[in-house]
Design a protein. Structure first.
Length: 487
């Protein structure tokens, strides 16, 4: 049973410590907010979360995209006695945050896999010395004993968990590494935890509290509505209508924008089409290399391209304030994803449009993803039965045995996969699908070759002066041209 939490809806920003015998920190915080971040007025929910942090309480902040979640740990870091550790799911997001901190004249360190060995040693030495009030790490790095030993050397005032919905299996971006944060926090002496996300249902919020091991946290939930955003749904009957609506949006809005698609294939297709219209465009999806994705992101963020065509991979940490529109060419997989993606428009507070191009047939794509995302009930029953042979691994383990426990879990998972055949079946199914696709491509290539040769024979046999139309008609009658056959 979860500890009760206080839910604040539309939290007023007049909250500040009044009963504390010590002087209020807010005059100093307001001065830092203006000098470092250019903030003259706090947004809804920010003061309440900062109050909780300074009081040493756990807190959950559910603020909209562009609602200023980052400030709720960046500003306290300037007055807290020990560093603030920020757990972030994406290296690109960490780099973007550190760049903002450089601009704000705030020292920040990031530990990620892109550092060279010498850079990593220098960074770790500085963290041990307490040079940086902000330390950014990935959840995978945070759970290692080496990282925790380094952070213990100086102590930690606060653990800020960015994109906290990744901790919940109810969330739309579940990340298993987030489940180790609670154990890592205990290894660091259990400093307060601040969990931040833009979207969380009541089930997701409760699961975040449970998975992060939070203690009676103050929950601050503000409205997801932002008055500068206009939401539109335009019904489109076919592909031509969608493209016409997209061109109209390009003409109406002079600034930069993002066009989201549900599949990589559609993203590539739209990228080529928009590029042919002489509109500066980039693309971003999971099948591109890391270097290609970073180049596309940099071009869009710098303004070198006007339109970014992307799948949901272009997501967390995208902070381009002057984005004037976000168009969904196909509807996304959930309302949570839609709120996250649409919220990337108008972060500068100026008017922006969020347009969904709706077509009934697009439901097929999401139905396919839903059908293949989760295992069948039979597979689940077999895994549960096999898991019963390996005991309970959910109990909290000591830090000294965390490595052996992790290895035991991995061995158990491998044994379960062997016992049930679930993993092998998935591999066989994928191999069968790949073989079928290759076989279809070969058969289609042979049919195309036969048609081409038949067309050439008929053209050569056609009487002079009759042209090729008669030959083409003959091929069509035999089922080899457009509309014929099974292609």
């Amino acid at each position: 049973m979860l500890s009760p939490v206080n839910v604040h809806v539309n939290v007023p920003d007049s909250l500040s410590p009044s009963s504390s015998p010590t002087p209020s920190p807010w005059p100093r915080l307001e001065s830092f907010a203006l000098s470092h971040f250019g903030v003259r007025a706090f947004r809804p929910g920010q003061r309440a979360l900062i109050d909780a942090v300074l009081a040493g309480e756990d807190a959950v902040g559910i603020l909209p995209t562009g609602g200023g979640k980052s400030l709720t740990y960046q500003l306290p870091a300037l007055v807290l006695p020990r560093p603030v550790v920020v757990i972030s799911p994406l290296i690109a997001l960490m780099k973007d945050q550190c760049d903002h901190m450089d601009d704000a004249d705030v020292d920040a360190a990031e530990l990620d896999s892109t550092l060279t060995a010498s850079e990593e040693r220098d960074c770790e030495r500085e963290i041990r010395a307490g040079t940086h009030p902000l330390v950014y790490v990935t959840p995978e790095r945070f759970r290692t004993e080496e990282c925790q030993a380094m952070l213990r050397a100086r102590g930690v005032s606060l653990i800020a968990v960015d994109e906290a919905h990744c901790a919940s299996s109810w969330g739309h971006d579940f990340r298993p590494a987030y489940m180790a944060i609670a154990r890592g926090a205990e290894a660091l002496g259990r400093p307060p935890i601040l969990a931040l996300t833009a979207t969380a249902t009541s089930e997701t919020a409760a699961d975040i509290v449970k998975q992060l091991g939070m203690r009676a946290p103050r929950v601050v939930r503000t409205s997801l509505l932002r008055p500068n955003l206009s939401f539109e749904v335009e019904r489109t009957v076919n592909e031509m209508a969608k493209r016409t609506a997209l061109l109209r949006l390009f003409d109406d809005e002079a600034g930069a924008g993002i066009v989201y698609t549900a599949t990589v294939k559609k993203a590539d297709e739209l990228y080529r089409w928009i590029g042919a219209l002489r509109v500066p465009v980039a693309r971003y999806h999971g099948r591109m290399s890391a270097a290609e994705r970073e180049e596309s992101r940099a071009h869009f963020m710098s303004g070198r391209v006007r339109v970014m065509v992307a799948t949901k991979a272009f997501g967390m940490g995208i902070d381009k304030a002057d984005t004037r529109f976000v168009a969904h060419y196909e509807f996304p997989d959930s309302l949570e994803s839609y709120v996250q993606e649409a919220g990337r428009a108008g972060r500068d507070g100026k008017p922006a449009r969020c347009v969904l191009l709706y077509r009934l047939e697009d439901r097929r794509v999401q139905r396919f993803f839903l059908a293949t995302r989760a295992p069948g009930s039979g597979d689940v029953e077999k895994v549960v039965a096999a898991a019963g042979c390996f005991g309970d691994f959910s109990s909290t383990q000591s830090t000294s045995t965390s490595t052996s426990t992790s290895r035991t879990r991995e061995s158990a998972v491998e044994a379960i996969a062997r016992a049930t055949g679930v993993g092998r079946r998935r591999v066989r199914r994928d191999r069968r699908a790949l073989a079928a696709a290759r076989g279809y491509a070969r058969r289609r290539g042979r049919r195309t070759g036969r048609r081409r040769r038949a067309r050439e024979r008929i053209r050569r046999a056609a009487p002079a002066g009759r042209g090729t139309a008669a030959g083409d008609d003959a091929v069509r009658r035999r089922g080899g041209g457009p509309g014929g056959g099974d292609c």
